[in-house]
Write a protein that binds this ligand. Structure first.
Ligand code: CA
Length: 229
């Protein structure tokens, strides 16, 4: 399978040139020319790498980057910035971009960066969890950040998705509410253990056949939760 690249760039000339040259290098290329449709494309399907222009109509590259990382989409992002956008580069890296390249650039330079990111993703990106995980009638696509049940997409909030992923990664073991608060919510929020229970209830309503008698997301009374393996 050819690596699949999503190109989000609004300069028609650059889109044309890059698409041609990437196709010639045996990549599959999807392109979008504004931020909104670019983000939608990134959320819709899994890509191996995103080439993301910084200045885009409708939604900036930084906003896209932030939105993707919030949804736990870990696809490598190579940002394309114009000369002098140094501050934005720094912010971009903070927001989860993996690398950046200043325009105008030479194509071999771009190829080297793309190959390095793909290599890195292949080597270090080997996740503790498989790309997808199925239980009951549900399938979780970790890369795309999506859950489907019976062929239908299940709308989960970013937090619900993180919670589900955490439970699945540690399936078969007891997980306390405090651990979930620490690992899923983090220190920046101040939720209570009741928050965890509420989110678990919501999650069950979305992924369990009978949320009142869950088969997968089990309560261990007085202890916490366990995802039944
Ligand atoms: Ca632009």
């Amino acid at each position: 399978m050819n690596p699949r690249i999503l190109l989000i760039e609004d300069e028609p000339g650059l889109v044309l040139t890059l698409t041609d040259r990437l196709l010639a290098e045996c990549y599959t290329v999807d392109s979008r020319t504004d931020g909104e449709s670019g983000l939608a494309a990134a959320l819709e399907a899994a890509h191996d790498l995103i080439l993301l222009d910084l200045m885009l109509p409708r939604k900036s590259g930084l906003d896209i980057c932030r939105a993707l990382r919030r949804q736990d989409i870990a696809t490598p992002i190579l940002m394309l910035t114009a000369r002098g956008q140094l501050v934005d580069k720094v912010v971009g890296l903070q927001l989860g971009a993996d690398d950046y390249l200043t325009k105008p650039f030479e194509f071999p330079e771009l190829m080297a960066r793309i190959q390095a990111l793909l290599r890195r993703a292949g080597r270090n990106g080997a996740p503790a969890t498989p790309a997808t995980f199925g239980f009951g009638g549900a399938t979780v696509d970790f890369r795309a950040g999506q859950v489907t049940r019976g062929g239908q997409s299940v709308p989960l909030s970013a937090r619900e998705f993180q919670l589900l992923r955490y439970l699945i990664e540690r399936r078969g073991t007891l997980i306390t509410r405090e651990e979930l608060l620490r690992e899923v919510w983090g220190y920046d929020a101040l939720p209570t253990t009741r928050t965890v229970d509420v989110h678990v209830t919501w999650l069950r309503q979305k992924v369990e056949d009978d949320p009142r008698h869950p088969r997968f997301i089990l309560t261990l009374r007085g202890l916490g939760y366990k995802f039944s393996a």
